[in-house]
Design a protein around this ligand. Sequence first.
Ligand code: HAM
Length: 422
Amino acid sequence: MTHPIQPVRGMNDVLPADIGAWQHLEQVARSIFEAYGYEEVRVPLVEHTELFKRSIGEFTDIVEKEMYTFEDLGGDSLTLRPEATAGIARAAISNGLLRGQRHKLWCSGAMFRHERPQKGRYRQFYQLDVEALGYPGPDVDAELIALSARLWRELKLARVRLTINSLGTPASRQVYRERLVQYFRAHESALDEDSRRRLLGNPLRILDSKNPDLRGLIDGAPLLTEYLDEESRQHFAALCGALEAMGIEYQVNPRLVRGLDYYSRTVFEWITDALGAQDAVCSGGRYDGLIAQLGGEATPAIGFAAGIERIVALLSQAGGVPPPRCPDVYLVASGERAERAALRLAEQLRDALPGRGVVLNLGGGNFKTQFRRADRSGAQFALILGEDELDRGVAAVKPLRREGSQSDCPLAQLPAHIASLL
Ligand code: HAM
């Protein structure tokens, strides 16, 4: 016997038993995004590798070691998107959407990162991504955070809290970066291998290290907030004020630096204590320099992405998944003639009762088997069509979820009768 083909590590199937939570999240999110004036876009899963190198940054974990990069048959280096922001920025430039215009966009879909898979961290994962292009803020920063807070409220997720920080401008960050390198160089022997490597390429990422041995050293490091330029300081103060005015609780985390290089000023993360190590359910920030860096006209922008698997896990934990939809009627038919008539009757019912769930028994079976299937389907009513009913021009209607006995109904009156019952 040939052995079954295994799934790719870190890439999951979402089966019907789990899809309810995904659909619920997607529906709630879509309706909130639209209500705030965001329009959906769909961008390719594959881009030129160069795009991600130039946007996310050469010395980030993503670009250094997590990208699915390959050469296509034409010899181009392509990469499966590890995130959506770079692709959306690229799309805005390629399609001439900017030119002094502003756009509020969202997209949803699969992202790919070759990380070490564990609970809440996968190699193919899904994001809901929201981007506001052409908005300098801080009003839009506050509104985007309010939008994400509304998402948690509508999903009834209580165990998430907001952390924010400001990374300042590239110039102020450069000054800070030099200070930080000085500090860590003075303690170089205490650094682990990863941090030593980061010291050369991306010293801010040392602050993000999860190594408990570095805790004390990191706690003693100079703070970015002490090096903020005046305008960034004002921007951040205005954001904090707006959040307070909207009653959104937050915590300033001066160590929040984010793992992608394109950020400037506002960064934020919604974290949870309910999922173990993978605690970020939604992260984002401002990226005022990115679009110019990719060859577009200078355009301030901000956005965030929420991890769908992590939110689905929270939803399941909180019992916030609506029950699956069951059919309204299940059509049972026995005998060749009746089975053929049932195929036609089911279509007639679907015409007459749009949106209603009409499931036809397929593949025959005796009445007992068919009734068992009808019951398992969760349908409200079974419709029974045997040779005898067919001869009399009726179908029998049998309630499956409530009291009441079976009764005959003339075929012509069936749609109206069912409509009155449901
Ligand atoms: P990110 O922090 O890399 O940011 O990812 C955003 C969210 O995606 C995370 O908070 C997490 O919920 C989820 N996520 C990330 N990696 C994985 C993984 N391997 N498995 C499961 N979930 C994961 C970005 O991607 C930025 N593009 C966000 C953004 C949009 N910034 C501005 N606009």
